[in-house]
Design a protein around this ligand. Sequence first.
Ligand SMILES: Cc1cc2nc3c(=O)[nH]c(=O)nc-3n(C[C@H](O)[C@H](O)[C@H](O)COP(=O)(O)O)c2cc1C
Length: 236
Amino acid sequence: MSEAIDAIFQRRAVKLFEPVDVPRDVREQILDAARHAPSSFNLQPYRFYWVATPAQKAFVAKLCMGQKPAETASALVVAVADIGSFRSTTEGQLRWMRNGNFAEEKIRDYERTAKIGRILFMPGPFGLFALLKRALFRLLNLWKVMGMPPNSRQDWFKWATKSTSLACENLMIAAEALGLNTCPMEGFDGRRLSHFLGLSGRCHEIVMVIAIGKRSRAYNEPPQWRRPLEATVTLL
Ligand SMILES: Cc1cc2nc3c(=O)[nH]c(=O)nc-3n(C[C@H](O)[C@H](O)[C@H](O)COP(=O)(O)O)c2cc1C
């Protein structure tokens, strides 16, 4: 466990890398760590694009506005919030439950939850169902303690971005623990990058691009500043 803590405290956003190859097994461990992050309803609403071939990496680096971490990284990972994967994910989990000989009752429970989830997530024609849902939930909330489901495309992307960001942090900590360094970046041309990856505006939104590599010996790392704990934490 202390290795995890070490990786958390050692991680820095590194702005200059030296050229190294990321072996396949290391790449797989990093990506596997990402998908082991917790996610809302275990829906894992994201997809990672690992860009490592020189020409494609150079092109994506250009779309990251030529930032040095992007230009010098061994690989660039584009983390995409995906709100269109609900059905395939729940179907995948159902198949896994059936193959794993889960009790029929547990499978039915999950089927029911997935169905309710699909209804809650459905915007309906012209977003009318979402409007109706919002009004209904607001009304119910007047006398019932309850959470609000996402109701607009913006809400759904916000919902998916939370889980995607947690996966990104897992990815960066895993890279650090495996002897690599990273830099998360939100400085990129989202429209061009989405087009390059063939993403759909309806379902996909790029959350960040993560540069991965080995910190350059020439990189002069600035000291790390954080707000004091009492400015960050409220103890009740
Ligand atoms: C969402 C997000 C977006 C970021 N975007 C960029 C970026 O576009 N370019 C960059 O050089 N660093 C970027 N950073 C890195 C931050 O500048 C860095 O994490 C912060 O200054 C603290 O430094 P540290 O991570 O080394 O402690 C980003 C970090 C986050 C979390």
